[in-house]
Ligand binder design. Structure first.
Ligand SMILES: CC(C)=CCC/C(C)=C/CC/C(C)=C/CC/C(C)=C/COC[C@H](O)COP(=O)(O)O
Ligand SMILES: CC(C)=CCC/C(C)=C/CC/C(C)=C/CC/C(C)=C/COP(=O)(O)OP(=O)(O)O
Ligand SMILES: [Mg+2]
Length: 300
């Protein structure tokens, strides 16, 4: 960052009160995502093994929540110039948190993730190591490559199911793998939609995101195709995973909301990505309800 800009942002930082800074730090973590990622991790463990290993579940959920918070905070640190254009209301561009403060905050959160994951089985530790490296490398290495950043975020989000299941020794249960695939595909579609929403700032910063390289409509069409596959596959946990009809009663409306969001994105990417997220959270509830009402097929 050039000295003048640095001094300008430090002037704004000097105006931030302690309460504004605390609120800014909390906002950096994107607490809604942190909570949701924790729920996904719990769901992976629950689907794989029920509640038979509570200590491992707690450690896995904590690791995921620390890692997601850390990833969001370090993403805003690296994105601070782009966000001055795309998201001027985010904590760093608005001066609530200094860039250096955000960086050290993310380091502390990453340390929490490492300590929490260290007590888990080796498969879970391996997933955590891969994820922590991917989170650190995402913005600088992957985000600016067409489609690659979207795939990385999609993997990271889906991996929470694998991580939770690995924490209790069931990482590769069929149903867990299906939930991994469903959430990864839906997240890919939402990430592409968010890139369409962010084209202005991303182009200004020279990022070669999918919409910038292949066009916005083609990118959105790819997102719809990927989501359609996920929607079609979303009945699998009911057909082969033993998830009850309650699962269908929740996942089918979730599918509808996600498809609605993907279609809406062509006219309004911001509204579309928000709708997609709502559908994804409803689908998460469907997974949990499905496992609670599961019969056969899934461990007691
Ligand atoms: C077809 C079907 C049934 C799909 C399943 C969809 C599903 C359950 C997706 C899970 C999505 C979810 C609840 C993720 C947790 C939150 C999270 C870690 C999201 C990753 O977000 C990265 C994003 O770029 C952050 O941006 P923003 O949300 O705008 O802050
Ligand atoms: C299981 C373990 C140990 C870790 C998983 C950690 C998880 C669930 C990560 C998924 C969420 C995620 C990818 C967070 C990192 C922050 C990120 C990449 C946000 C997206 O950044 P941008 O592409 O800049 O989009 P924004 O415009 O929202 O900033
Ligand atoms: Mg960002």
């Amino acid at each position: 960052m050039p000295p003048a800009a640095e001094s300008e942002s430090s002037v704004r930082e000097a105006e931030a009160s302690p309460s504004e800074t605390m609120r800014g730090l909390l906002e950096l973590t994107r607490p809604g995502n942190v909570a949701a990622a924790g729920v996904l991790t719990f769901t992976g463990a629950f689907v794989a093994d029920g509640l038979l290993a509570p200590a491992a579940i707690v450690a896995a959920v904590a690791a995921t929540m620390f890692a997601t918070a850390a990833g969001n905070a370090v993403n805003d640190y690296f994105d601070r110039e782009i966000d001055r254009i795309n998201r001027p209301d985010r904590p760093i561009p608005r001066g609530a948190v200094s860039a250096r403060g955000a960086l050290w905050f993310s380091v502390a959160l990453f340390a929490g993730a490492v300590v929490s994951a260290a007590v888990l089985p080796v498969t879970a530790i391996a997933i955590a190591v891969v994820n922590l490296v991917a989170l650190l490398a995402y913005t600088e290495l992957f985000k600016g490559l067409p489609g690659v950043g979207n795939v990385v975020v999609a993997y990271l989000t889906g991996s929470t199911f694998l991580f939770g299941a690995a924490a209790v020794g069931g990482a590769f249960e069929t149903t867990v793998l299906v939930l991994f695939a469903l959430s990864a595909m839906a997240t890919f579609t939402r990430e592409v939609t968010k890139d369409v929403e962010d084209v202005a700032g991303d182009r200004e910063e020279g990022l070669r995101t999918l919409p910038i390289v292949v066009g916005e409509r083609r990118s959105l069409a790819l997102g719809v195709a990927v989501l359609a596959v996920a929607v079609a596959a979303s009945v699998v946990p009911f057909v082969v995973g033993g998830f009850g009809v309650v699962y269908l009663a929740l996942v089918l409306p979730a599918d509808g909301v996600m498809l609605w969001g993907a279609a809406r994105a062509f006219a309004d990417p911001s509204a579309g990505q928000t709708r997609l997220k709502q559908g994804m959270f409803l689908a998460t509830a469907a997974f949990i309800a499905g496992r609670i009402t599961a019969s056969g097929g899934v461990p007691a």
